[in-house]
Design a protein around this ligand. Structure first.
Ligand code: JFZ
Length: 420
């Protein structure tokens, strides 16, 4: 929150996110579920034009496929995701080891997935489904101990006052704030507000700063992403690199990399290019070792069901975490060793966790290059407790595990250390 260059009229708040107890749960969690679910999901990734040709896209389908506004609006009358099961969604997140869920309450199409009182462009007033997706998720998340956050797009393709050339953008901003108030007051504790679409004019840095302050006033504990406004003016609590894994921790900044489990955010039936559980697991371990969070997206289909392949790939991560979670939860950047070629190393206090992707053949060492001095007082494999031989060697240590890799995705060696 805040920056040295506070916007005029803004109360400057020191940037405490990196160390604050407010963000502790988020810094420890490292892993959340992102969910793109909205009216666009009803298209299943394909729009058939009046001339019979087919255009493909996901959550951008209205814009990318130039669907006439009236056609897109009419689609709502057939949007009936009656198989949506909030308990199953939260259960899938839990099984994956994800500690929080961020769902698109409103994407760029402006369609509210809750019964907003601000307008009638919402799931209750336009669909036969009528149910409040957000309320159902709030109940299930609380019951199962998963934290809940909302994605909210500042950019809005539907509200007349938000359109380019619209005469009364201020009126739109007032409605936006009324919606944000609903989200932060009607659904219990909201762990995260994840804004997006802030880059689109006429949204300004000052409006971003005011919106960030508005969220803080309504809900001081809520963690806010940086897509609320212009960087350095209203930069929220954490950065949001997209589809990438920074090699080092951001300097004094929290960050969360959002990625898709296949190749789209919203549901697209034709997209079956799911990442393997091994890839997802290594993404998570690599991100955690650079002190980041991994917000891994799934897109429920037009019935409200997360594709089963996505659920099973996520569950594979959860299975790995059941044995090796100590390398992720509560862990972060070591500062003590260089990133090795054979895997990644994370740290929690006086424990290092070497997640080994390429397990050596017997006798071949895994070398750890020390960037700062420390001694190793114990070493064992998390999966089976096997002792690992450690010898000082050159600029660091050699680890010599025995036998074959307990896990072909990543086998974790826990090292007890004493910084010297
Ligand atoms: C935005 C949305 O347009 C998209 O539909 C999806 O919701 C995604 C999570 O966020 O897309 C972006 C936003 C920011 C960047 C790239 C795509 N960026 O900063 O590189």
């Amino acid at each position: 929150g805040g920056s040295a260059q506070a916007a005029p009229g803004r109360n400057y708040v020191p940037d405490d996110a990196f160390t604050s107890s407010r963000t502790q749960w988020w810094r420890d969690a490292h892993f959340g579920m992102f969910m793109h679910f909205g009216l666009y999901s009803a298209y299943r990734g394909e729009y058939t034009r009046p001339d019979g040709t087919v255009c493909r896209d996901a959550e951008w389908i209205e814009r990318q496929c130039a669907i006439p506004a009236a056609t897109y609006e009419a689609k709502a009358a057939s949007f009936n995701p009656s198989s949506f099961d909030a308990s199953a969604v939260i259960g899938a997140a839990k099984a994956a080891g994800q500690k929080y869920l961020v769902i698109t309450a409103k994407h760029h199409d402006g369609f509210a997935m809750w019964p907003t009182a601000v307008n009638n462009w919402n799931i209750r007033d336009r669909t036969p489904f009528k149910r409040d997706i957000l309320a159902e998720l709030a109940v299930a998340a609380r019951a199962q101990g998963v934290k809940l956050g909302f994605y909210y797009s500042i950019w809005d393709w539907h509200d007349p006052d938000a359109q380019p050339g619209g005469s009364n953008y201020a009126a739109y901003v007032t409605r936006m704030k009324a919606q944000v108030r609903e989200l932060l007051t009607n659904y219990g504790d909201i762990a995260v507000m994840w804004f997006d679409g802030e880059w689109e004019a006429p949204w300004t840095a000052q409006q971003g700063a005011q919106l960030e302050d508005y969220v803080r006033t309504l809900s001081p504990g809520t963690i806010v992403n940086n897509r609320v406004g212009t960087r350095g003016i209203a930069d929220g609590d954490f950065g949001t690199p997209e589809q990438e894994i920074p090699a080092t921790p951001a300097d004094g900044q929290l960050w969360e990399s959002c990625m898709t489990v296949n190749d789209h955010w919203g549901f697209a039936a034709y997209d079956t290019n799911y990442k393997s559980s091994a890839t997802l697991t290594r993404n998570l371990v690599g991100i955690a070792a650079s002190s980041g969070n991994y917000l891994l997206n799934v897109g429920p289909d037009e019935r409200g069901v997360i594709p089963s392949t996505a659920v099973s790939r996520l569950a594979g991560v959860g299975t790995w975490l059941n044995t090796n979670g100590a390398a992720v939860y509560g862990a972060g950047y070591t500062g003590l060793v260089s990133k090795p070629s054979w895997g990644v190393v994370s740290r929690n206090g006086n424990r290092l966790y070497a997640s080994v992707y390429n397990w050596p053949s017997s006798g071949t060492p895994l070398h750890l290059t020390a960037r700062a001095p420390f001694t190793i007082t114990g070493a064992r494999v998390l999966a089976n407790g096997a002792a690992v031989s450690v010898t000082a060697s050159g600029d660091g240590y050699d680890l010599r595990p025995s036998g074959s890799a307990p896990d072909s995705t990543a086998s974790v060696i826990a090292l007890d250390i004493t910084p010297t």
